[in-house]
Write a protein that binds this ligand. Structure first.
Ligand SMILES: [Zn+2]
Length: 175
């Protein structure tokens, strides 16, 4: 419990740091594996002009880099608040084991952050959400073919009992 309090205090300090340095909103976290902090994050949206640079996203990227894997199974995150919908989804993608938090979405909302509003939007089908969207059905077969290609490649790789080849250089697809 004492360690948990220390981890959360560090997350709160990082959140305060984000505000005091003008880096971004009052959000900070630490990511812990086997009782040791492997990465930290605080909101850097304003500093980097990156709308996804929430504390948790910054922390996840740092943890993945530190551990050399996108699979953060076995890691716990100590976050000043319940993650926003984007970050909570990212925690699922990263397979984070457990989230510790202090503040509630309502607290962030009251401080001027859209956590509750966005969560409400996401409960609706895409066409009923305020963000404008349009399906381009004419290219559906082409798009779906890429998914099928990915599945086939995965099967081939599994059959060969070898991992897919690493991406060399930048991942720019020639046009
Ligand atoms: Zn977030």
């Amino acid at each position: 419990m004492a360690a948990q309090m220390d981890f959360m205090r560090r997350a709160i300090d990082l959140a305060r740091h984000a505000v005091d340095t003008g880096s971004g909103g009052p959000f900070g976290c630490v990511i812990v594996k086997d009782g040791v902090i492997v990465a930290e994050g605080f909101n850097q949206v304003r500093a980097t002009q990156d709308p996804t640079a929430h504390g948790e996203m910054v922390g996840l990227r740092a943890a993945a880099a530190a551990l050399g894997t996108a699979d953060l199974s076995g890691c716990e995150i100590y976050n000043i608040s319940v993650p926003c919908p984007m970050c909570l989804a990212a925690l699922y993608w990263a397979k984070i084991d457990k989230v510790f938090y202090c503040c509630l979405p309502e607290d962030a909302d009251a401080a001027g952050y859209d956590n509750v509003t966005i969560a409400r939007h996401l409960q609706k089908p895409i066409e009923a959400q305020p963000i404008r969207s349009e399906r381009i059905e004419a290219l559906y077969d082409d798009a779906l073919a890429v998914y099928r290609h990915a599945v086939a490649m995965r099967r081939t790789a599994a059959n060969a009992l070898s991992p897919p080849p690493p991406i060399v250089g930048d991942a720019t697809i020639p046009t």
